[in-house]
Design a protein around this ligand. Structure first.
Ligand code: FES
Length: 177
């Protein structure tokens, strides 16, 4: 599915495109250009891949191939609540993959993806240094140890409830005279 880029991202891409016109079009510039775009947008949307391909006279699939080869590049925007599930050895042994699968099911996305409302993104990570608490998941900045499939729903729900609450408060404040 091709995710729509936001109007702000479109403006940033247009600025980058005009800046790029004065940069070298040598193929060796491929990675620096992708890094430059990712620094501004935090990920590489398909429009960015095409833009770089045009500039370097490469095919979009060649650029896409490089972007997917390197772990440093993200092809999906980070969610407001990034979920990282540890699949280091200790967590894997204690069922980290089942935790990941439960998040995938609950959020309706696969590992490496972001929900359509950009609230959640999901990724697997290597050891986060708290093996005694395995299996571990990090949601936003909070580490959750001794994860169990039954805890996944509660964690997601808590964030959704908090978001609804903030939205209601915002609306209430906006409607104040
Ligand atoms: S393996 Fe998961 S915290 Fe170390």
């Amino acid at each position: 599915m091709h995710r729509q880029i936001s109007p702000e991202e479109k403006t940033i891409l247009e600025e980058l495109k005009s800046g790029m016109a004065s940069l070298s079009d040598a193929r060796g510039q491929l990675i620096p250009l992708l890094q430059m775009i990712q620094e501004k947008l935090a990920y590489l949307p398909p429009e960015a891949i095409e833009m770089v391909a045009d500039h370097l006279d490469l095919s979009a699939s060649e650029v896409f191939g490089v972007a997917t080869f390197y772990n440093q590049f993200r092809l999906h925007p980070p969610g407001k609540n990034p979920v990282k599930v540890c699949l280091g050895t200790a967590c894997h042994v204690k069922g980290g993959d089942i935790i990941l699968e439960n998040f995938e099911r609950k959020l309706g996305i696969r590992e490496g993806e972001t929900t359509a409302d950009r609230e959640f993104s999901l990724e697997r990570v290597a050891c986060v240094g708290c093996c005694a608490l395995a299996p571990v998941a990090v949601v936003g900045n909070t580490l959750h140890g001794a994860m169990a499939p039954s805890k996944v729903e509660g964690l997601v729900l808590r964030i959704q409830i908090e978001k609804d609450k903030q939205q209601r408060e915002r609306l209430r404040n906006e409607s104040k005279p």
